[in-house]
Design a protein. Sequence first.
Lengths: 111, 112
Amino acid sequence: NAGVTQTPKFQVLKTGQSMTLQCAQDMNHNSMYWYRQDPGMGLRLIYYSASEGTTDKGEVPNGYNVSRLNKREFSLRLESAAPSQTSVYFCASSSYTDTQYFGPGTRLTVL
Amino acid sequence: EDKVVQSPLSLVVHEGDTVTLNCSYEVTNFRSLLWYKQEKKAPTFLFMLTSSGIEKKSGRLSSILDKKELFSILNITATQTGDSAIYLCAVQLSHSNYQLIWGAGTKLIIKP
């Protein structure tokens, strides 16, 4: 039982490049989330998926897209990376009203 | 606008001290309040509080919620260097698919 896994762990991009962050959970959770964490700002919700087949914008969705591929997997795509997207990205999952469980994070640097 | 405010933003104490971390909130549809500990990587869950006045306890950590005054505290007694971390508070809403509204966190440093 791996919990929530994320790939890659680290990534460096040049401005304008694209990439996809992958997330998978094996806890049979309905809901999945993407957050970014910047120093002094706590966690900010980018997008979430309350159930398979649905996605909704969070607090800071601009510049990102998501895909809920199936119940297990939820990916985050940066179409044209910008330096302002340098951050640590966390994926999380939960079973509706339960607590959220987090993946190990992806540290992204955009030059 | 829903918001969660934690104080202090940072705190440095010596091993063996007792610390109290604060979390206040203003949200439209409160369901629960959660505390997480974040060391070098992902946040890990500590407590979920839904009722006022009922203390949750785990070893040297305890937490309580006051739904009238809209705050929670996290206490750590006999602190150890391993307690050094960022402590995050989040409020779960009863709508919007149970989203969490996060505070900025309190960075706690325990000196030996």
